[in-house]
Design a protein around this ligand. Sequence first.
Ligand code: DQA
Length: 151
Amino acid sequence: MERPLIAIFNGPNLNMLGLRQPEVYGRTTLDDVEQLCAQAAERLDVGIDFRQTNAEGELVSWIHECREMARGIIINPAAFTHTSIALLDALLAVDLPVIEVHISNIHRREAFRHISYVSKAAVGVICGLGVQGYTLALQAMTDIIMNEETQ
Ligand code: DQA
């Protein structure tokens, strides 16, 4: 049987991971995160499509693509988390399980980061656990997909 595909999408400035505010986000680069996810996916026997963009519209289009190609979406929408109704609407439109990930604990930070528009579309949110949040999300998403299959 074909492996289920899980999309892992990253929003603006996450291409700067490792260089950007290391005291908040650590020194791991986005390439390292992709590697960690690829290794976890191998263990879990799922496929991943790992991408990053700085453009909101591109993220919206990628989410639409998932309707046909993916079984679930893991997304770190970065700053769009706190601003984008378009992203929320796109996630609601595709009707797939969504897990929202943040590297930092957004609730310990500035008040404007405490609001997430995206959470309304998410089955769960992982924040504050560093880049490990991505692999935890992959594990959780795999469980969700497996449960769908046994129902
Ligand atoms: C972030 C938190 C956001 O508030 C911020 O805009 C980011 C990264 C995180 O992963 O901790 O760019 O999503």
